[in-house]
Structure formats: structure tokens, C-alpha cells
Design a binder for this molecule. Structure first.
Ligand SMILES: *Cc1c(COP(=O)(O)O)cnc(C)c1O
Length: 425
């Protein structure tokens, strides 16, 4: 049996839709077949043929400490020797919950789940349970996992009732999901004053239409609208939690959402999610209250151990380092696009960034949709051939980790010079 990527991809495609366990990994947006990853260490991954790449996917966010950080690996191994799942309370859950609550003043209690999807789905259920209202508002271009009611977005700049984004999602489900463009406070105000909303759910810094920071005042405006209309404000910090700051985006902007969704980093590379809120809101959740939500592997001890080890690495100096590294990469990319006369812009928030192939700034999904996807696809292929693995879609963030040192970033910048030069010819 050979282990080449082409052969593996053929086998994979025979047994899994698109050959993958999550669609974007199939490289449909950039062409070619994805490398199959055999191992990772620090800022690098190795494919099954032994080629190495600088990794700017970092598992789409969880690996803020890089691949196979020794402290994280040790924590997982030590826990594995004690067992991998009990279906009963265990000490690491309490420890991780306490660490998270310490970092996020808006969260007094939380419930662990196994994915960001579950966190967002459960947060919406909690908002409905607490308010007795049915409709929610989300923003086009924001992703909150693949629960039915959250797979909807606006088809235009006009706020409208959501249409399903996916086959198999009923119109009845998405009828309760209204949508507006990101940072369009006037649209939110118009909707929230007419329709009793259970919740407004938002990525406080959008990371799923590329990196799109909120317009100044947008998040504070949402807080105000929620306060005046009785809707609950949900910050989906599955990407931004422990990424933009230890206290997440909410610490950065100095706001308290009613409910926070977490995932990715808090599991240190193992499957995890969590939703948290005030003590009184979380008292709605079973067994304290009437809102049912459960999970066989929730609070999984391996994930808790990996999360605790990861969060223990994230002190003030870690965030300074992440920001410095992100800035170095953004500056290098900006120099390269300017020098080669490419129409593109870089948007960054700390260690999240996106190179959009269109003029900036990009403020919402309509803006992001103007980026040249075929230019990005060519760039992605050119970078991959130079040993740099970028997320295989224009509308994703690149993730910088603590393992990306200056030399590594400079290699990425050199590769982008060469790639853009090739494209400019
Ligand atoms: C990744 C992500 C999710 C979904 O998390 P999964 O663990 O993939 O289910 C939800 N919200 C945001 C903002 C995300 O980036």
C-alpha cells in the first residue's frame, strides 16, 4: 500500500464524501488534491510523502501553541493513562471551567460540549428558553457551526428572512432566523424594534468571511439594542476566545455579552466547545432548569487536559508575541502586494489575518464576496508549491501560532513575494 497523497485521496474519495471529514479540506476552492498530513510539530506539518510545510491553518484555530506542543502532549498522555472518558464528572472539567470563568467576566457558569456547533446551537436554545421568544438575528458571513437554524444568511444587503444555505434545512427552521449585513446597525435596529428577538448572535470579530473586524461602535450598538429590546446578545467567540486576548474579543472591546460560545483553543486541538453566561441564565440549563442539553463525551478529560495545558501558555507576553508575529506577516504581505502591483489588501486582528484579492477595506459579506477567488486559488497553489500551507479558501483567516517565529514568518513572506511575482507576470 502506497501512501502518496493522490492514492490516498482516491481511497478517501471512495469512502468519504469528497474524501474528507469537513468540506473545505477537499481543496475544491483552490484546485488540486489536499496533502495528507502525517505529522506536525511547532509551525510545520509533514505530508505522507515526507514533504514539510509551514502551516498557517493550525487546525483552523485551536493550535495557538503550534503542533504537538510538549506541554500539551504531556498533559494528554498523562490523562490518557488514567482513562479517556468516564461519563461522570472529573476534576479537569472543574479546573478548566474555573480558568475560563476567571478570564471572561461575562461568564459565571458554563457547560462543556464537544464542538463549536453544539456551543452555538445550545446558546440559541438557551436564549429562547430564557426569553420565551423564537426568532434570532444573525449576520451574513458569520458562521456559527452547522446547526439547521444557523445555516442561513442574507442574499442581499437588505435584511431579510433567512433562506436555507443547505439542502435538507427546512424553510420552517430558517424562518426563525433573520439576517443582516455585518456592522449594519441601522438594519439591526429596524429588525429588533419590530420583531421580538430571542437573541442576536455575532462573531465579535468575523473570522469566517476572512478576517473582518467590526465597524467602530457596532458591537456597543448591539449591546444597546439588546438592552432596549430584551434580546440576548450572544458573542460567538469560538475563534476569538483566547485568541485576540485572554478574555477574547469581549475583553478587547470592553463589552459583556449575555452568552458566550467557545471552542477551538479551549480544547488545545481536541474536540471541544462550551457556552457560558451569568449564573441566572445558566440556571435554565438541565438539571438546574428546563432547557435540556447533554453529551456523552462532553467535558472529555483528554480535551480538558489539552485545553488546560494550552491556556496555561497564554499569558500577556504570549499575546504580545502573537500580535507582533501577525503584524510582521501583514507588513510583509502588504509590501509584497504593493511592490508587485497586485490589487489586494490585508486585514488583521492580532494573530488572525486574511489577504483579500480586492481593494479594501472589507466590512461585510458583500465586500468579501468581491474578492477574486481565482486569484486566491492561484496564490494558494503557488504558496503550497513553495511549502506554505494556507487555508484553502479566500474567505478564511490565516492562523498564526506561538510556534511561528520570525524566521518562519520571513519564509512565508519570501514565498509570497515569489508567488505574487509569478502571478503578476
Ligand atoms: C469553527 C466555528 C464554529 C464551529 O465549531 P466546530 O467545532 O467546527 O463545530 C462556530 N463558530 C465559529 C465562529 C467558528 O469559527
Amino acid at each position: 500500500m502506497t501512501t502518496g497523497a493522490a492514492d490516498l485521496f482516491e481511497r478517501a474519495a471512495g469512502v468519504m464524501p469528497g474524501g474528507v471529514s469537513s468540506p473545505v479540506r477537499a481543496y475544491r476552492a483552490v484546485g488540486g488534491t489536499p496533502p495528507f498530513i502525517a505529522s506536525g510539530s511547532g509551525a510545520r506539518v509533514w505530508d505522507t510523502s515526507g514533504r514539510d510545510y509551514i502551516d498557517l491553518v493550525c487546525s483552523w484555530g485551536p493550535l495557538i501553541a503550534g503542533h504537538a506542543h510538549p506541554r500539551v502532549v504531556e498533559a494528554i498522555v498523562a490523562q490518557a493513562r488514567l482513562g479517556t472518558s468516564y461519563g461522570a464528572p472529573s476534576p479537569r472539567e472543574v479546573e478548566l471551567a474555573e480558568v475560563i470563568i476567571e478570564a471572561l467576566p461575562s461568564v459565571e457558569m458554563l457547560r462543556f460540549v464537544s464542538s463549536g456547533t453544539e456551543a452555538a446551537m445550545s446558546a440559541v436554545r438557551l436564549a429562547r428558553a430564557a426569553t420565551g421568544r423564537e426568532k434570532i438575528l444573525k449576520f451574513a458571513g458569520c458562521y456559527h457551526g452547522h446547526a439547521d437554524g444557523l445555516l442561513a444568511k442574507a442574499g442581499s444587503g437588505v435584511a431579510t428572512f433567512g433562506l436555507p444555505d443547505s439542502a435538507g434545512v427546512t424553510e420552517g427552521t430558517t424562518r426563525d432566523t433573520l439576517t443582516a449585513q455585518y456592522s449594519d446597525l441601522a438594519a439591526v435596529e429596524a429588525i429588533a424594534t419590530q420583531v421580538p428577538l430571542a437573541a442576536i448572535i455575532v462573531e465579535p470579530y468575523a473570522g469566517n468571511m476572512g478576517c473582518v473586524p467590526p465597524a467602530p461602535g457596532f458591537l456597543a450598538g448591539l449591546r444597546r439594542i439588546c438592552d432596549t429590546t430584551g434580546a440576548l446578545l450572544i458573542f460567538d467567540e469560538v475563534i476569538t476566545g483566547f485568541r485576540l486576548a485572554r478574555g477574547g474579543a469581549q475583553a478587547l472591546v470592553g463589552l459583556r455579552p449575555d452568552i458566550t460560545c467557545l471552542g477551538k483553543i479551549i480544547g488545545g486541538g481536541l474536540p471541544v466547545g462550551a457556552y457560558g453566561a451569568s449564573r441566572s441564565l445558566m440556571s435554565q440549563v438541565a438539571p438546574l432548569g428546563p432547557m435540556y442539553q447533554a453529551g456523552t463525551l462532553s467535558g472529555n478529560p483528554l480535551a480538558m487536559a489539552a485545553g488546560l495545558a494550552t491556556l496555561s501558555l497564554l499569558d500577556v507576553s504570549a499575546y504580545e508575541a502573537l500580535d507582533r508575529t501577525g503584524a510582521r506577516l501583514a507588513q510583509g504581505l502588504e509590501d509584497a502586494i504593493w511592490t508587485h502591483g497586485i490589487e489586494a489588501c490585508v486585514q488583521r486582528a492580532g494573530s488572525l489575518l486574511t489577504l483579500f484579492f480586492c481593494a479594501g477595506p472589507i466590512r461585510d459579506e458583500l465586500g468579501a464576496s468581491r474578492a477574486d477567488r481565482s486569484a486566491f486559488a492561484a496564490f494558494h497553489r503557488a504558496m503550497l508549491s513553495r511549502g506554505v500551507m494556507l487555508p484553502p479558501s479566500q474567505l478564511e483567516c490565516w492562523f498564526v501560532s506561538l510556534a511561528h517565529d520570525d524566521d518562519t514568518i520571513d519564509q512565508v513572506i519570501r514565498s509570497s513575494w515569489d508567488s505574487l511575482k509569478e502571478m503578476a507576470r
